[in-house]
Write a protein that binds this ligand. Sequence first.
Ligand code: NDP
Ligand code: 2IT
Length: 450
Amino acid sequence: MDDVPQTLDEFMDYVVTKSAAQYEFHQAVREVTNSVWPLLESDPIYLRAKIPERMVHAERIIIFRVPWVDDAGEVQVNRGFRVEMNSAIGPYKGGLRFHPSVNLGILKFLAFEQVFKNALTSLPMGGGKGGADFDPKGRSDNEVMRFCQAFMSELFRHIGPHTDVPAGDIGVGGREIGYMFGQYKKLANQFSGILTGKGTTWGGSLIRPESTGYGLVYFTEEMFRAQGDSINGKTVIVSGSGNVAQFAVENINRLGGTAVALSDSGGFIHDPDGIDAEKLAWVMDLKNIRRGRISEYAERFGVEYYPGQRPWGVEGADVALPCATQNEINVDNAKQLVANGIQIVAEGANMPTEPDAEKLLVDSGVLFGPGKAANAGGVSVSGLEMAQNAGFTSWTREEVDGKLLGIMTKIHTTCRETAEEFEVPNNYVVGANIAGFRKVATAMLDQGVV
Ligand code: NDP
Ligand code: 2IT
């Protein structure tokens, strides 16, 4: 037992030594470990079985070369990855990210988060994540297709409906999933549910595109309801303008709130009158078809655009929903949010809030919905897509939306009850981390040392 870390600091020293320079991974592990340490101290079974050490090492990581030829005839070389983190409760499940910033540390943080998120959904899914340092911006459809085919030419031998089922994330939407599915089918000579987020004419689930944004807003509504309030009539800041942000705005509108900001990596727009259905349809065309910049919204609708800035200083808002990327709310942003009277921050993105910003928000009494709970709607409907594929059936929009609402409500209840059990009421971070950890750890203990 001498080598079992006895303190949180000893454990984090071990993690940092074994994964040097993977800063986002350290950040994600530290957050979970901080929350679960009281559980580990109260029951020695976890440390004795080295569950924390086993959880921070992926079961398998695949890293591969992705060579392809661009429209100019030039050879391009990217790096492809798949982190198969934990399969204790089901096949590896999690998205693929195509973004120039992608590296092993970022994908390990995302895969680690995914393990606990997927456990919270109550569906049988393990955790994984993958992607490439490919930048789709400015690339033609043909270039994206050739890249996706090259990427799948290696990945296809590692995935399968009972092994590992990838989906979308930043830079991977319906177009990319289609090209990758086509290449898988050609190479494997098999039509099966090896990806989720598929088109609805070839095995995709209705509501999967909407599910992360819709689920985030359902979760936010549950947070309000627990306080005897509602999102109806509230003003909401949303960051990002991709898949999650777009359908968050759609659901805010459905539930009677007003979204007043959107952003991309260039800056943010502030529309005090609200991004109504008509303006949102314009944004969807801009981002999903024309692939333009959010600054064009300001020109089109005559509102302010703030280049190079994030939207957290917008005054008069009740809710902030970060839906772009990791570490997009720093401690100064958090101070601004508190000073401006924000009531709820719920994470649509994965780990968008820096640790000291998260602490400041929680300590200031802002209700904080962590990503692994608040954005679990996407992977939940991915799980429902797998269920439909396995049953050779498809459900209606209403059925899937109803199941999504049910899952988000249940995750919310689980977080609150677990937080109360550990005597930190209203602390959704501790609630989500302990509930997710306990489920995965129990499965690992049941299955022995593997
Ligand atoms: P998209 O690619 O559709 O959109 C990403 C958005 O975030 C774009 O507006 C993009 O702006 C912006 N963005 C990306 N990187 C940066 C950056 N480094 N700095 C500033 N802005 C940035 O991705 P999604 O909407 O699918 O994903 C958004 C977040 O939600 C991610 O954290 C993802 O992991 C998380 N998530 C996604 C789920 C899904 O089902 N898709 C499920 C759960 C979580 P630009 O176009 O200028 O790059
Ligand atoms: O971060 C996430 O949960 C996702 N990108 C969705 C994963 C999935 O398998 O649907």
